[in-house]
Design a binder for this molecule. Structure first.
Ligand SMILES: Cc1cc2nc3c(=O)[nH]c(=O)nc-3n(C[C@H](O)[C@H](O)[C@H](O)COP(=O)(O)OP(=O)(O)OC[C@H]3O[C@@H](n4cnc5c(N)ncnc54)[C@H](O)[C@@H]3O)c2cc1C
Length: 377
């Protein structure tokens, strides 16, 4: 390939999505991934597309962005499947958010009111009605909210498909290629690789997830930290009646049934922990939270455990668009919502890079609240 117009640093769901969109727009793109494509935090997710899950009630801009991205998911999944020839497991059964005691019932009522106020088509269910919808739920649960619009996708299939689609569209994807330094420049920003060689582009997109601040050359560094999450997978067993038809979220764990027969149970949230160990305490708490809402979990086979770091910004919203560094665009800081936000990130950041390459100044209104320039330092 002749010298690239755009270098994307990081081949997770954010970087691959932006690379695919840019390549499809005819831009010469190279993705530099230090490890294997899609095997960072994006591999470790649960694949929920749930804008109001795990959201602070004050995070209204983020809620709106999540709903905007969710609204784009069906078309994005279809386009990605057509471009890659692979299925991405987009499922629209909806999500059940359940309470398991009086305190969590109170919190659930607040969530329900919040969702109703913002026009989400949610439905309040008694414990009995929830069990009618999802028979494996504990009959002791006092209430639930059904969110028919909160969906899910097979996130591992998505990153694999994005890599295929990006390559087919003409992007060059390099694995085992660590970027150690980014040199901002209005016309010719550079990235330096671990072996000392340099790649010059016209725009660099930083999409290195939780590792974004560890790359040299950006001062101030992007305000992103890693928040560790442990999760595990159980084996569903429909023949023994051990099956779930919906994503179920409880106060202490969520359960996400996948088409390949796994049931993902997640996730811990640990600040300031940099290792990727799966701990007995983490697994214990997740299983305890899962059994509380779906007792049949006790009988399921445990097939996989893992841990990864969510890339969290200071206000827990993503950093999308032009950064304080000339020629460098951010697509990072997606925290708990990187899968949900994949379509809006891919489409809007690619459009913004396109504008930058064309010398245009404008920023898309949808990205404005998420400008990396919103932090004073
Ligand atoms: C347990 C868990 C469950 C989750 N569940 C959900 C969910 O249900 N729904 C949802 O929307 N989100 C979920 N998330 C959050 C989601 O996984 C993240 O927001 C998303 O994966 C971030 O994507 P990314 O591309 O920014 O990061 P990554 O996938 O980590 O990609 C960054 C890439 O950059 C590479 N890289 C790093 N440094 C360099 C370098 N110097 N040079 C080159 N490459 C580099 C890494 O190797 C990595 O491949 C979950 C997260 C966790 C941990």
């Amino acid at each position: 390939m002749p010298s690239p117009e755009v270098v994307v640093v990081g081949g997770g769901i954010a970087g691959l999505g932006v690379a695919w969109e840019l390549a499809a727009r005819g831009r010469r793109v190279v993705v530099l991934e230090r490890d294997r494509l899609g095997r960072g935090t994006s591999w470790a997710a649960a694949g929920m597309l749930a804008p109001s899950a795990e959201l602070g009630f004050e995070e209204l801009d983020l809620y709106a962005l999540g709903r905007e991205s969710l609204a784009r998911w069906r078309a994005f999944a279809r386009r990605l499947e057509a471009a890659s020839g692979a299925e991405v497991g987009y499922r629209e059964e909806g999500t059940l958010v359940v309470a398991d005691d009086r305190d969590s019932l109170h919190a659930l009522r607040r969530l329900f009111r919040f969702q109703e106020e913002h026009g989400a088509p949610v439905e309040w269910l008694s414990g009995e009605e929830a069990v009618d919808l999802e028979p494996l739920l504990s009959p002791r649960l006092p209430g639930a909210v059904f969110s028919p619009e909160d969906h899910q996708v097979d996130h591992r299939a998505v990153v694999a498909a994005l890599a295929v689609a990006a390559r087919r569209a003409g992007a060059e994807l390099r694995e085992g290629t660590a970027v150690v330094h980014i040199g901002p420049d209005v016309e010719a920003p550079t990235v330096r690789l671990g072996d000392g060689t340099e790649v010059v582009a016209r725009v660099v997109v930083l999409a290195a997830g939780a590792w974004s601040p560890s790359i040299g050359g950006l001062d101030p560094a992007p305000p992103v930290r890693g928040v560790k999450g442990q999760a595990l997978a159980l084996r569903l067993d429909p023949e023994r009646g051990l099956d779930l038809g919906h994503v179920v979220r409880g106060p202490d764990a969520y359960l996400v049934p996948k088409a390949d027969g796994r049931l993902i149970v997640g996730a811990t949230s640990e600040e300031g922990v940099t290792d990727r160990r799966v701990t007995a305490g983490g697994v214990y708490r997740l299983l305890e939270g899962a059994v509380e809402i779906v007792p049949g979990v006790e009988e399921m086979e445990l097939v996989e455990t893992w841990a990864a770091h969510r890339p969290a910004s200071r206000d827990h919203a993503p950093l999308l668009g032009r950064s304080p560094h000339p020629g460098v665009v951010y697509a990072t800081g997606h925290y708990r919502h990187g899968v949900l936000l994949a379509p809006v990130t891919a489409e809007e950041v690619a459009a913004e890079v396109d504008r930058l390459l064309d010398g245009a100044a404008e920023t898309a209104p949808v990205l404005a609240p998420f400008s990396p320039l919103r932090f004073p330092d």
